[in-house]
Design a protein. Structure first.
Length: 487
């Protein structure tokens, strides 16, 4: 429960990575002790950078960030596991949470594992665990530090429904200050009591009381009020200028009346407000399917068996599922059971449990984007997947995914996680795959884009294999077959 003490304050903070790339412009806000704050904003608005300003990883270009007390501790659960830590064992990974050696580290890990609902061997390496398990490890790494301010960057990414429910319940009982970046509306509504909105257009931070849906509704109503006020002012301006013209031409004392009319019009112009711009949404798009020769029998994937991980043991089960052209297959099951492993093997064709038609073009959306070359420019990443390069087609398609010329000229590592997701969808649209493999394609994506993405996937005419933890998203996509690895 929030109290009257302010634990964090931004005072006219500006920040820019380079001279023409400002993310914050004299932003001011405060966070009270014990509050549960949602940080909202469009992909690329600078939400993760704002977290780095709070942790001290980045320094403001101008302005100040204050903590009260000054030694208040901060821990962050990041969106993705840093690659340099993936070769550490669980025990070694949690040792990095402390400046000094903890002789009771195993007990501390065990205690925090109960909170995040994990049961994993401490000697196994981080890279051996699924995306969902790594998401819980990231959260546990922050919680084990018992910070005064807990920062969570997209904490529901890769979590199954049980994991999301468990996290939500924990945060509702959490007594310290918590700030969350997320695009999961249901999750945010369950526990947040205030919202900081980072406006991508003005670079300011707006502060609201209420949960996510309250704020979305308040912003919508505000835009309607501002548009109505401006319409009234425009009508008044038009009328007064017309009257001023009439009186001015009559001359004499009426010229003073004309002047008053012009003054009224000018006053009305001053009352016109700059209507708050809404976040841009990606354009409707399609993922064209690969064209096959007439003699093709339609079989894209034929499963002989499936493999699952249960109680840290490999379990193989016979299967006779055939995925044909225009068939959508859902891979279901809890975190850690082997869904992402199966998709990775499908993408690389590396398994004796299935066969994939020889000439099928595979489009792979990987949940951590590690199949992208982060040093490559975004433009070149799109160009590389085009069978027939056409710069106009490339740039037009990219613009539909909100990737402008500046972003296309940037290395992929400079893009936000959400922008990497949109780049990945743009690549799929330009690739024209015969087999679409999607591993948690909603991760990092702004909620405004999800219905458009769901529509494109629903209408895709090739073979599709998908893993997703969002039931509402899946409900908008045609699913023809399901493999539940837990059954």
């Amino acid at each position: 429960m929030a109290n009257d003490n302010v634990i964090l304050r931004f005072s006219e903070v500006s920040f820019e990575y380079e001279h023409d790339k400002k993310l914050l412009d004299e932003a001011s806000f405060s966070v009270r002790t014990g509050s549960r704050v949602t940080l909202m904003g469009q992909n690329g608005a600078g939400k993760s950078s704002l977290f780095k300003l709070i942790t001290g990883e980045l320094e403001p270009t101008s302005g100040k960030v204050f903590k009260t007390p000054s030694d208040a501790t901060i821990a962050i659960a990041r969106q993705v596991m840093p690659k340099e830590l993936s070769n550490l064992s669980i025990q070694e990974y949690f040792a990095t949470a402390f400046e000094e050696k903890k002789y009771n580290l195993d007990k501390l890990i065990g205690d925090v594992f109960e909170i995040v609902h994990l049961d994993l061997p401490f000697d196994k390496k981080i890279k051996e665990f699924s995306g969902g398990q790594q998401a819980r490890l990231l959260l546990a790494h922050a919680l084990i530090q018992n910070p005064d301010i807990l920062l969570l960057d997209e904490p529901t990414n890769n979590l199954d429904q049980h994991g999301i429910e468990h996290l939500t319940g924990f945060l509702m009982m959490y007594e310290k200050t918590c700030m969350v970046i997320s695009h999961d509306a249901d999750f945010l509504n369950a526990f947040s009591d205030s919202v900081l909105y980072l406006d991508v257009f003005t670079r300011k931070v707006e502060q609201y009381i209420g949960n996510y849906s309250d704020v979305v509704e308040e912003i919508k109503n505000r835009i309607e009020r501002e548009n109505l006020q401006n319409a009234r002012m425009q009508t008044q301006i038009k009328e007064k200028r017309a009257q001023a013209e009439v009186f001015a031409h009559k001359g004499g004392k009426l010229r003073s009346v004309a002047k008053r009319m012009r003054d009224v019009a000018e006053k009305a112009e001053e009352n016109i407000v700059e209507v708050r711009k809404e976040d841009k949404t990606i354009r409707d798009f399609a993922i064209p399917a690969q064209e096959f020769p007439p003699y093709f029998n339609g079989k894209i994937i034929q499963f002989a068996s499936t493999v699952a991980i249960k109680n840290n043991k490999t379990v193989k089960k016979k299967s006779d599922i055939v995925v044909r052209k225009d068939t959508h297959l859902l891979i279901a099951g809890p975190n850690g059971i082997g869904k992402s492993t199966l998709l990775e093997k499908l993408a690389s064709r590396a398994s004796d449990t299935f066969t994939i038609a020889q000439d099928v073009v595979i489009g792979y959306y990987k949940q951590d984007f590690s199949n992208l070359d982060f040093d490559q420019k975004a433009f070149d990443a799109l160009k590389a997947v085009m069978a027939q390069y056409d710069e106009h087609v490339l740039r037009s398609s990219a613009a539909g995914f909100l990737l402008d010329g500046k972003l296309l000229a940037s290395p992929i590592k400079a893009l936000s996680e959400g922008q990497k997701g949109l780049l990945s969808f743009c690549r799929l649209a330009l690739l024209r795959p015969g087999l679409l493999i999607l591993d948690e394609p909603t991760n990092h994506i702004n909620f405004r884009h999800l219905p458009i993405i769901a529509k494109a996937l629903d209408e895709y005419k090739g073979a599709m294999v998908i893993v997703s933890h969002l039931p509402d998203f899946l409900s908008k996509i045609r699913i023809d077959e399901t493999i539940d690895l837990s059954s």
